[in-house]
Design a protein around this ligand. Structure first.
Ligand code: ADP
Ligand code: MG
Length: 349
């Protein structure tokens, strides 16, 4: 009875705590927060100076004692206190917008599949300390699949690839559970780093991370393009030490990222190979679904289709799929509880 009243009044929320972006979905409202997972900390005082977008603009422009960091590395909490602060900031933001007298929110939050018990517990604890009344954990690929409205509770194979900043997760889901999965630490950040290194080695040009990221978005592709692209990039010439501008082609950028992308394709193939034959047979008339920011890389769908001989689809709005999935679970907790992961508090009942 109280729970019913609570859930009516409190602003329950779903959180996609990604390495690159944190999104918050508010029950009945949709996504209200979408910010980079970045925090600026004054290391002298330990105080947080900025979170999200404002912290990102500080990156590379601060005095030495201010650290601009991403508290999540490879999808897991690397700095517990900063993660907790960041979550608290986002939860408070939602909570204060309603009435702060309302009960604290219940939170559905995503964790990468295959995280250890310790890593799971870190996310759960940080969410409780940040002010949640109840915490429910869900595997990110499961959330992405639900966000894409795949029939995760049916006895068929749903294959989802969620490529974010720090990790790429591949999962085969059937009957509300993950049947086979792979999580690899090669994703968007690695591709950006590949580009940065390539330009340095092949073109003798030193570029920053933001420039490499821009090259990835503007020229990046995983499969030959019908019309290859050309762009210009500025950096510091390694020979003269002076600023220089050179032109770069989409072929070069593809070559730079080739090895990393190949490992992602291999992970997808291996995960499918691990799937029981009855389920694999379904795949012939189903699709591989791509989610996360990486899904937007040009030609990634074509490459995967070419390599697996299966049909590939990019989910609608891939960057928000996990958050929308967490939100959907929140709004259908009665029927979707089985898709959640076991948590510490389950042991009490
Ligand atoms: P996370 O779940 O780790 O927070 P996201 O799903 O938010 O990650 O995706 C962020 C990643 O997606 C970043 O590495 C970003 O560079 C990449 N990304 C976003 N848009 C594109 C695009 N159009 N092409 C290629 N990569 C993209
Ligand atoms: Mg993600």
């Amino acid at each position: 009875m109280f729970n019913k009243l609570f859930s009516f009044w409190s602003k329950d929320i779903g959180i996609d705590l990604g390495t690159a972006n944190t999104l918050v979905y508010v029950h009945g409202k949709g996504i209200t927060i979408n910010e980079p997972s970045i925090v600026a900390v004054n290391q002298k005082t330990g105080k947080i100076l900025a979170i999200g977008g404002p912290a990102r603009t500080m990156a590379g422009r601060t005095p030495g004692y201010i650290a601009v960091t991403r508290p999540l590395v490879n999808g897991v909490v690397s700095d517990f206190e900063v993660t907790e602060q960041m979550l608290k900031y986002f939860i408070d933001k939602v909570h204060q917008e309603s009435f702060s007298l309302l009960p604290r929110p219940r939170v559905v939050i995503g964790v990468p599949s295959g995280v250890t018990e310790v890593e799971k517990r870190a996310v759960e604890d940080a969410t409780y300390s940040a002010g949640a009344r109840e915490v429910y954990l869900i595997e990110e690929p499961m959330a992405a699949a639900i966000g894409a409205r795949l029939p995760v509770q049916d006895a068929i194979a749903n294959v989802i690839v969620d490529m974010g900043g720090g990790t790429t997760e591949v999962a085969v889901i059937s009957m509300g559970g993950v049947i086979a999965s792979r999580s690899l630490r090669i994703a968007g950040d690695k591709l950006t780093d590949d580009i940065l290194r390539y330009i340095r080695q092949e073109r003798n040009l030193l570029i920053g991370e933001a420039t490499a990221e821009a090259l990835k978005l503007h020229l990046g592709s995983a499969y030959p393009l019908e019309e290859e692209l050309e762009g210009r990039v500025r950096g510091r010439d390694l020979v003269s030490g002076l600023p220089k501008e050179v032109s770069v082609s989409s072929e070069e950028i593809r070559e730079a990222m080739q090895r990393s992308i190949k490992s992602i394709v291999t992970a997808i193939k291996n995960t499918i190979e691990e799937t029981p034959p009855e389920l694999t047979a379904d795949l012939v008339n189903r699709h591989i679904y791509l989610a996360g920011g990486g899904a937007l890389l040009r030609g990634l769908d074509e490459l995967i289709a070419h390599e697996t001989k299966l049909s590939v689809k990019i989910v609608d709005d891939p960057l928000t799929a996990v958050a929308r999935g967490c939100g959907f679970v929140l709004e259908h907790l009665d029927t979707l509880r089985p898709v959640l992961l076991a948590t510490q508090s389950d042991n009490f009942f």
